[in-house]
Design a protein around this ligand. Structure first.
Ligand code: FES
Ligand SMILES: [Fe+2]
Length: 326
């Protein structure tokens, strides 16, 4: 496969997803890598293929005292630079290629070995200053191509289809759409029908959503979509992250941040409940989108157009101009 958007910065993980001294596998543009974090919060990354007989290093284990990873097949040990080690001592040149990471606070970015074509965006730190990190929701691999996955984040007509059951959105007028190169902004209002008690019990996060509320979206192509709804909980921006694993598989996860403006939610017990409800509702959104994406037939030229699709056409244009061979 030809790489998807080579030179784009990809956010492959939040530090909290890695654990400590545990291998974490990342697949980016058909290449597998293993990442691990030591107790001092240093993060290392190597290609995942053992140079002996090609076992996946991510199935191996970390030596805490040497910051090395050991292959699960014949227990050869490699350091952070990909050199073979014995008892923690490196022997000779690198035999496994390291992956260059760009770590910004807790965000782990990489260009996947390509020449950078865009800077690493500052959207997340800019929009989360002073907020607490709530957690990661909806981490999964979607069996769909990257373009389809990114387009759904710019699709302002799918609320009534893909998200019909839970959010009961009657209308979502878009008031503003501005774009500046790879950055775009949208303002919209959600108008919802009331939820039944049964629906709220199944998904308590719905309590936080008024019947009419404004939301801001900000996009930094191609990795990040910020959704910031003005809901009763407080300010809870969510960052929907995407990166291409293969030409048919796309990784997603959502970083949730928050500040509870309602004093009730500052009580320890309710705080935990509110956080869990937020993460659960977010994971449900991801499930609904991925169920849609995984059900689609191969793309054809649409015979019908809906209003508000210019935003989707904007992102498709960015993608196709980057990726002229498709
Ligand atoms: S395959 Fe890794 S040590 Fe043999
Ligand atoms: Fe969606």
């Amino acid at each position: 496969m030809l790489p998807i958007l080579p030179g784009a910065p990809w956010l492959v993980a939040h530090r909290s997803m890695l654990g400590v001294n545990q291998p974490y596998k990342v697949t980016l543009n058909c290449q597998d890598y293993v990442l691990w974090q030591n107790t001092q919060r240093n993060i290392f990354a190597l290609e995942n293929t053992c140079p002996h007989m090609q076992a996946p290093l991510s199935n191996g284990w970390i030596c805490e005292s040497h910051d090395t990873i050991t292959c699960p097949f014949h227990a050869l040990e490699f350091d952070r630079e990909g050199r073979l080690c014995k008892d923690g001592l490196a022997q000779g040149q690198a035999v496994v290629q390291p992956l260059e990471l760009h770590i910004k606070d807790d965000l782990i970015w990489t260009y996947g070995g390509f020449e950078p074509r865009l800077p690493i965006p500052d959207l997340i730190p800019r929009r989360t200053a002073g907020l607490t990190f709530v957690g990661v929701a909806g981490e999964k691999s979607i069996h769909a191509d990257f373009l389809s996955c990114i387009k759904i984040n710019y699709d302002f007509n799918h609320q009534n289809g893909s998200h019909r059951k839970s959010f009961k959105i009657k209308d979502n007028p878009v008031h503003r759409f501005e774009s500046d190169g790879y950055f775009a902004k949208v303002e919209q209002t959600f108008i919802r029908e009331r939820n039944t008690l049964k629906e709220i019990l199944a998904n308590p996060g719905l309590i936080s959503m008024p019947q009419s509320y404004n939301s801001n979206l900000e996009y930094t192509f191609p990795s990040t979509t910020m959704f910031d709804g003005d809901v009763d909980f407080g300010q809870i921006p969510q960052f929907y992250i995407l990166y291409p694993e293969t030409d048919r598989r796309t990784k997603t996860f959502v970083l949730c941040y928050g500040e509870w403006k309602n004093p009730l939610f500052q009580l320890p017990g309710l705080n935990v409940l509110a956080k869990n409800a937020l993460l659960k509702a977010t994971a449900m959104v991801v499930e609904q989108d991925s169920a849609t994406l995984e059900s689609l037939y191969p793309q054809q030229k649409p015979k019908i157009r809906l209003p508000k699709e210019e935003i989707m056409l904007y992102v498709e244009k960015l993608y196709r101009e980057w990726q002229p061979h498709e």
